[in-house]
Design a protein around this ligand. Structure first.
Ligand SMILES: O=C(O)CCC(=O)C(=O)O
Length: 213
């Protein structure tokens, strides 16, 4: 699941205090994994955040209901197609397609942040990708995290420091997982989904953000 260049990753969830009632689901839920540390929670991988049957249904609904767009961008003075399909919705949007209303609720319950925008990416196969980048922070609420829910096949994300000789971490983003990145981590790290020959099918990511109004 996690493939660090050097194996020094620690898990992040604190043990339940004695006497606390713990649900069956919480007892068996896999531990979050801390990938990058900072004083806003860093970058954390939360496996199995969405039950498998729900993640499968969300994938089918998103693939079918979202109006996916192919975008162009300038590269070396040439217009090229962005290598994935895209969509974006505000939480308050009147035409929010299923499963996004439900997904906003679930991710808010999981992370607790006031997410109000979701950016969707559809990687059709292993030749779709996103280049290493950090998210633009100028329109985001200061200090609020970004949460990426993965649906469909697993894809590898690489996370690397912007400067210095720190390690690159590779994490397999499994369906139903949630990757949480702090606002602060956008200034220190880049993340990307590289092209990969041996990818078994499509993947959709739902990237929830908190935009300042
Ligand atoms: O698909 C992913 O997991 C990453 C998406 C991403 O980096 C972005 O939407 O900015």
């Amino acid at each position: 699941m996690i493939c660090p260049d050097r194996p020094s990753i620690s898990a992040g969830r604190a043990a339940s205090p004695i006497g606390t009632t713990v649900s069956q689901q919480a007892l068996f839920a896999p531990e979050p994994v801390a990938l990058v540390h900072d004083n806003e929670g860093g970058i954390r991988y939360l496996p199995e955040s969405i039950p498998a049957d729900i993640a499968r249904r969300w994938f089918d609904e998103a693939q079918r209901n979202v109006g996916w767009l192919s975008q162009q961008r300038m590269m070396y003075e040439r217009e090229v197609a962005v290598p994935r399909l895209l969509a974006t919705f505000a939480r308050e949007s009147a035409d929010l397609p299923a499963p996004l209303g439900e997904a906003f609720e679930a991710v808010h319950a999981l992370i607790g942040a006031p997410f109000n925008r979701v950016g969707l990416n559809l990687y059709r196969d292993g030749s779709d990708s996103v280049a290493p980048h950090s998210d633009k922070t100028d329109k985001l609420m200061h200090g609020e995290p970004i949460a990426i829910v993965s649906l469909g096949v697993s894809r590898r994300m690489s996370i690397r420091p912007k400067t210095g000789s720190g390690r690159t971490v590779h994490v397999e983003l499994e369906p139903g997982s949630c990757l949480v990145m702090s606002y602060a981590s956008q200034f220190t790290h880049e993340h990307g989904i590289p092209k990969l020959a041996e990818v078994a099918g499509p993947r959709i990511s739902l990237a929830f953000r908190c935009f300042a109004s």
